[in-house]
Design a protein. Structure first.
Length: 362
């Protein structure tokens, strides 16, 4: 388990969440992470707008939540993924609308700015926001009031904004894809969240955390990690960051035997699973992935693993959804199923949340 002295951030309902495109935990064991923690805890009590930059899967939303929790704000923390909304819906979602403002608007509805009144609004993937909407967001930040679609009445809002992006906004400004005045308004307090490969001191504490989460779900006892597996984990570059590490740990717990995760159980990108004991996939002579999968399934069926159908189905859906960067259309196409079938599976597995799914409604 993670040492008591190591600061750990996780979602309030982390035990109920399954794999998704988000990082589910942050630890501050590496010196780089400890310096970051000191920075954000100095920023948190202020009212400064914060811009968090970092690669996908590094834990930007968890950092934003911690800023809110360490502030003096008593209102809610609202997280909105700007990249999840279609261009014709995003303005209504952010600023609200009145009844009859557009086709299908049968009743008035408050936007996310109003919902976050007195608290913090976290705008993830703000770099994907359309230029036309950037103008309106800038106006809200300047005037501290919103105007719903179909209305002329301004509504005052008391909201602290924390934005995040994996896009180089300075380059986007130079390319004309992002307004320079909005960039400077957002970047009052810039925070850079380093990728996992640059803070390797966080890797093993995160491994301990995810082992504890998934061994409980799988009904396992204490699980150890061999020294060889630890070295492989520390030596991996983690292009998918924390969410990739979560996938690797989950898979390793399913495949390991004798309550020990070995190198053969690790499915690290860019390296095929190694042959040997421990339940890992054993490559065939021609390295056929289906043959390796058949071998792995045979090992699982011959084991005492319970709820095998649900476990394999969960792995298939979560791996495909992660591979397709959380895009439902691409995931359904890759799996060869309808989007509605996929949506039902994603809901059942908890991979889509109500406010994120809303963006994909017609």
């Amino acid at each position: 388990m993670t040492a008591p002295s190591v600061k750990l951030l996780a979602f309030p309902n982390a035990g109920e969440l399954t794999l998704s495109i988000r990082a589910k935990a942050l630890v501050f064991s590496d010196p780089l992470s400890q310096a970051l923690l000191r920075q954000i805890e100095r920023l948190a009590p202020s009212e400064a707008t914060v811009l968090i930059t970092g690669e996908t899967g590094t834990g930007k939303e968890l950092l934003a939540r911690h800023i809110h929790e360490q502030s003096s704000r008593h209102g809610p923390f609202i997280a909105v993924n700007c990249g999840a909304f279609s261009e014709n819906l995003v303005e209504s979602e952010l600023f609200g609308h009145e009844s009859g403002a557009f086709t299908g608007a049968q009743q008035a509805r408050a936007g996310w700015f109003e919902a976050a009144d007195g608290g913090t609004l976290f705008l993830d993937e703000v770099g994907d926001m359309p230029l036309a909407l950037q103008v309106k967001l800038l106006r809200v930040l300047q005037e501290r009031q919103v105007v719903r679609l179909g209305s002329r009445k301004p509504i005052p809002v008391d909201v602290r904004l924390v934005a995040a992006t994996n896009v180089d906004l300075e380059r986007a400004v130079d390319a004309g894809n992002f307004r320079h005045d909005l960039y400077y308004r957002l970047a009052v307090a810039p925070v850079a969240l380093a990728p996992l490969r640059e803070r390797r001191g966080d890797i093993l504490p995160l491994v301990d955390y995810f082992i504890d989460v998934y061994r409980r779900r799988l009904g396992l006892g204490t699980v150890d990690v061999s020294p060889q597996a630890e070295q492989a984990l520390l030596g991996h570059d983690w292009p998918g960051n924390i969410r990739e590490l979560e996938n690797v740990v989950h898979y390793a717990l399913i495949m390991c035997r004798r309550q020990t995760i070995d190198v053969a159980d690790l499915r690290l990108s860019g390296r095929p699973p190694l042959p040997g004991s421990g339940g890992g996939i054993r490559p065939t002579g021609d390295e056929d992935p289906l043959a390796g999968l058949e071998n792995a399934l045979a090992c699982l069926i011959g084991s005492d693993r319970e709820n095998l159908h649900d476990t394999v189905n969960r792995l298939l859906i979560t791996q495909a959804f992660s591979h397709c960067q959380g895009n439902q259309v691409r995931t359904a196409k890759r799996l060869g199923i309808s989007r509605y079938t996929l949506r039902a599976d994603l809901k059942r597995l908890g991979l889509i949340e109500p406010h994120r799914e809303t963006a994909e409604q017609p």
